[in-house]
Design a protein around this ligand. Structure first.
Ligand code: GLN
Length: 309
């Protein structure tokens, strides 16, 4: 366990640096319900392997998981089918394009570049749909986040379902290329429901810790995920977790992280800690702008970069 006083000091400083970035970003508004978020909200939670919990700021405000749900769905697909089957439907390369890009899928590839862009996540959802219901996935999410309170945010779900024509277009393109064979509407509904689950910075940190511990429950050591699933997911978080900002983030911060346009960041410090950030002001690529500054500072002060000396 790290010195609690030092943790508090470093985390407070990180959040104050993050606050300065908020004005340089924007709250997502392409899903109308997300535009209602408080732009200046900011919370940071760190959970250490021995159970120590450190919180600064708005760590208990519920917000929707959005693209961080792609990590949960990838875990489920890998648990169900294993590596070879999953990656015969979706690639494992960074796309270098925006999360909702459609062009490279049409022109360059017959399968989505990776499971963390929308096309890839919709393909992953279609691998789950015949085996698990939304309720099963909700239970799975509650188990992994150590949070029985996680529920579907109906307002966000309805708002996205009313405006997700681009995701529908992606799903039809996937179907035309036989990447998915499931019903487009049902695939989009499941994808959007997973994006609309309400979590907190604290529950994100819990999931980060489960991944940091190789898929084990920090409370009792019980295995929740296969080691192979977790190793794969963490690697793709490092290479693709911040969309077309993943390379720069990996160099500057070096902590496997997944972002969502709801403002969440899920980060994994291997074997040591889970980190959850909430801040709905986003950079141009859709990543929490304050969170990036926070994690960079934490990596520097606490030696959290994967390849630190
Ligand atoms: N639900 C969002 C979408 O499909 C998720 C995107 C994100 O968080 N980057 O557009």
């Amino acid at each position: 366990m790290r010195d609690p006083e030092l943790m508090k000091k470093v985390m407070k400083k990180a959040v104050s640096l993050g606050k300065k970035e908020i004005e340089n970003g924007r709250v997502a508004d392409y899903i109308p319900e997300l535009a209602k978020a408080r732009k200046d909200a900011l919370g940071l939670c760190i959970v250490e392997a021995d159970g120590a919990v450190h919180k600064v700021g708005d760590t208990n405000i519920p917000f929707s998981l959005q693209s961080i749900s792609k990590v949960v769905s990838l875990c489920m697909a890998l648990e169900l089918h294993g590596l070879d089957t999953v990656f015969s439907h979706v690639g494992m390369e960074p796309s270098g394009e925006a999360f909702n890009s459609i062009v490279e899928l049409d022109l360059q590839s017959n399968k989505p570049f990776n499971p963390f862009i929308n096309s890839g996540a919709i393909a992953v959802e279609s691998l789950i749909i015949d085996y698990r219901s939304f309720d099963d996935l909700l239970d799975f999410t509650r188990m992994l986040f150590l949070d029985p309170e996680i529920t579907l945010n109906r307002q966000v779900y309805n708002s996205e379902m009313a405006t997700c024509d681009r995701n529908r277009a992606i799903a039809y393109l996937l179907k035309s290329k036989n990447v998915i064979t499931t019903n487009v509407d049902t695939s989009i509904e499941l994808y959007t429901k997973m994006c609309s689950l309400n979590v907190t910075a604290e529950s994100l940190a819990n999931f980060g810790l489960v991944l940091a511990l190789g898929g084990k429950d920090p409370r009792n050591g019980n295995r929740l995920l296969k080691a192979e699933t977790v190793q794969t997911v963490k690697t793709i978080m490092l290479t693709c977790g911040m969309y077309d900002g993943s390379g720069q983030f990996a160099v500057e911060v070096g902590i496997p992280t997944k972002s969502g346009v709801g403002g969440g960041l899920l980060s994994v410090v291997d074997r040591e800690m889970g980190i959850g950030v909430y801040g709905p002001s986003l950079d141009a690529k859709g990543n929490c702008i304050a969170g990036k500054a926070i994690l960079r500072y934490l990596a520097d002060k606490l030696n959290l970069h994967l390849f630190h000396e």
